[in-house]
Design a protein around this ligand. Structure first.
Ligand SMILES: [Zn+2]
Ligand SMILES: [Zn+2]
Length: 398
């Protein structure tokens, strides 16, 4: 399949260990896995964390019986980047072909990635062994500073500053440049410079933003991670167009990630917080972002008057009256004249019967913009929001 765009899909965005806590659902709990699809249709899978399982299911749903051929690039061998491997069902099928790229670890020796897979599926850790994987596969060992050309996409690599080593990747596709640099701690001058070289002028720069600047300076020094503030620094110095905060800490609730993104955008406007199911498309020097619709549960059509307060794409504050016509426990669909920014917060004041609970006749809710559409024949923007949790988990118990 050939097109003119490069499409990047986030299947896992969480660092260190998967989370299932309710307070992390909006951004998602699976560990790193991205799919990059070049304009000629070539598929690159970046890291094989638990998000890989969902990508496998997606392939089963969309490709059916068509053979799959993909390049799998693994940044390093920490659990959160390899744990999805045994659960990727396309490995089972003999018609599929995978080309693996990773580095030779001094702890694992030759064929490091193959050993990782064998060990993961060895007794008594896993019920079946590697022989269930009938797919064709080849392994290539690469290191920092290497350059590869894969079907029209130029890939270059740099070592990142991370315990036991980690590779950062730069993908130059005909539709734009994507740099994936997760699991990196700043502070080693040569490597800080390498990172800026790798990221130079990127359309999309994916940055490890696991810790707050305070954590990074104090108790998490030496753990091999970075912060949003450092991401802003790299983004500005390397002149990137879009900064994506990635590898969210397992203890970061959605609200904490919201706050991190807000702070980041004050210093670098084109910033995004990686979220599971998010798709970034590059085409004709433009980037488009779409979020997964994470509104679960029963939807109810209705007629609820509401006042919406938020910020537009350009950062202008607005207040607008509207009617909510589609509501669920998790979110709503609004029609607005103003176009609020993706991943920005809206205050929703829904009309309610005036009573002791709602003395001003309004129910105040906080919503996050996850989709924006322009339905044919509709003058206004259709804006999908998800509601934030009522209770701030960080404030529970004082
Ligand atoms: Zn990691
Ligand atoms: Zn790591």
């Amino acid at each position: 399949m050939s097109s003119t765009n490069t499409k990047l899909t986030f299947w896992g965005v969480r660092g260190s260990t998967p989370t299932v806590d309710r307070s992390t659902w909006r951004y998602g709990g699976n560990t790193p896995c991205l799919e990059l699809q070049a304009p000629d249709g070539t598929r690159f899978i970046l890291d094989t964390g638990t998000g890989l399982r969902s990508l496998g299911r997606h392939y089963a749903d969309t490709l059916g019986d068509a053979p799959l051929d993909a390049f799998v690039l693994v940044t390093h061998y920490h659990w959160d980047h390899i744990q999805g491997l045994p659960f990727f069902t396309p490995f089972v099928s003999p018609q599929n072909r995978f080309h693996f790229y990773s580095f030779q670890s001094k702890y694992l020796g030759k064929d490091s990635l193959k050993r990782v897979m064998q060990t993961q599926m060895a007794m008594p850790y896993f019920p079946v062994d590697l022989s269930v994987f009938q797919c064709e596969r080849d392994y290539t060992e690469i290191g920092g500073g290497d350059k590869l050309d894969v079907r029209g996409t130029r890939i270059s690599t740099k070592w990142l500053n991370h315990p036991q080593g980690c590779l950062g990747f730069r993908f130059e596709t005909p539709a734009g440049v994507i740099v994936y640099a997760t699991d990196n701690e700043p502070g080693v001058p040569d490597m800080d410079k390498d990172l800026r070289d790798l990221a130079a002028g990127a359309d999309i720069y994916i940055h490890d933003a696991q810790y707050t600047p305070e954590q990074l300076a104090a108790d998490h020094k030496g753990w091999g991670h970075s912060s949003w503030e450092e991401g802003v620094r790299v983004a500005k110095e390397a002149n990137v167009r879009n900064l994506v905060l990635f590898h969210h800490d397992p203890d970061s609730s959605d609200r904490r990630v919201d706050a991190i993104l807000r702070q980041t955008r004050q210093q670098f406007a084109n910033a995004w917080a990686a979220s599971e199911g998010m798709v970034m498309t590059l085409e004709d020097q433009k980037m488009d972002v779409v979020m997964r619709d994470s509104r679960a549960g029963q939807r109810r059509e209705g007629f609820f008057r509401a006042t919406i307060v938020g910020y537009t794409e350009e950062g202008r504050a607005f207040e607008e009256e509207t009617i909510i016509r589609d509501l669920s426990l998790h979110g709503a669909l609004l029609y607005l004249d103003n176009l609020p920014r993706l991943q920005s917060e809206l205050q929703v004041l829904m009309e309610a019967p005036m009573d002791d609970l709602h003395p001003d006749g309004r129910i105040p809710l906080r919503g996050f913009v996850i989709r924006r559409e322009h339905p044919p024949g509709e003058q206004r923007h259709a804006v999908g929001i998800v509601f934030a949790e009522e209770v701030d988990p960080e404030r529970v118990g004082g």
